[in-house]
Write a protein of this length. Structure first.
Length: 262
């Protein structure tokens, strides 16, 4: 089984090693790959749950995600209680187990064949993804759905925002949550983009390298997926050919607003 572990522990954080040990104890055959998102970034978590879950891969897959800011209740916590655990089944039979917080389920909510709470403790440990949740993930990985609780409905889950920075890749390209199909521009048409407090001219492109060296491009990027009905979803990216769009825009954080001014 391929198991993608998405969490906000931090690159190289030993927390990944601790959680991997518990998951392998429950699912010995799992091949675990880790993806670190910034602290409390439920937007990035949800984006990668969908990107990894809805695209092609091995038939036997589980995504285990943990990004739990504990922002569902501003009051003092009893027994380290936090947001609840959920289960989703995607159209390609990929299983998703993780905390329902913020936007973690927003990108898959309209694609999932099943969405349920999982009947496990919401407290009991500061480190629930190590101490509480792996046993439930292991049971579900083995096909035991006896822990499933009430059904979740898409309207209970917030929509993903359509104007944010979703991710910065290793080349400094800015992946956004702007759907490509909402952009009505001609190739090489000039646009003005604001990211956070920084404004820059850009050129709309329908292909990543169809712009001159040194030009900031606004184009459908490499991220996206195909729906069960055959619709292709793509997300707009900002990239600076031969440079770094993230640097151009002053190193914006994830979840900052992206606005097309012209």
């Amino acid at each position: 089984m391929l198991l993608n572990l998405i969490a906000d522990y931090g690159n190289g954080d030993p927390a990944f090693a601790e959680v991997i040990q518990r998951l392998i104890a429950e699912i010995p055959e799992a091949q675990i790959h880790c993806l670190s998102v910034p602290p409390f970034s439920t937007l990035a978590t949800g984006f990668w749950v969908a990107q990894l879950g809805l695209n092609k891969g091995p038939n036997n897959r589980l995504i285990y995600h943990n990004c739990a800011p504990r922002q569902d209740n501003p009051e003092a916590r009893q027994n380290n209680e936090g947001e609840g655990l959920t289960y989703a089944l995607l159209p390609n039979d990929v299983k998703v187990v993780g905390v329902f917080a913020g936007y973690t389920l927003s990108f898959i909510k309209n694609h999932a064949q099943a969405l349920h709470t999982i009947k496990v403790s919401r407290g009991g440990s500061q480190f629930r993804s190590r101490d509480v949740f792996p046993a439930a993930a292991g049971a579900i990985a083995k096909g035991d759905l006896s822990l499933l609780g009430e059904q979740l409905h898409p309207e209970q889950i917030p929509d993903a925002p359509t104007d944010r920075v979703a991710w910065i890749d290793g080349y400094g390209n800015i992946k956004t949550t702007i759907p490509a199909h909402t952009i009505n521009l001609k190739p090489e048409e000039k646009v003005v983009i604001r990211v956070g407090d920084v404004v820059s001219d850009a050129i709309y492109s329908d292909g990543s390298f169809r712009v001159p060296e040194g030009t900031l491009a606004f184009a459908p990027g490499s991220s996206g997926w195909e729906t069960a009905t055959g619709e292709t979803i793509r997300w707009m990216e900002l990239f600076l050919r031969g440079g770094n769009a993230w640097e151009r825009f002053g190193r914006p954080r994830l979840n900052q607003t992206v606005t097309r001014l012209a």
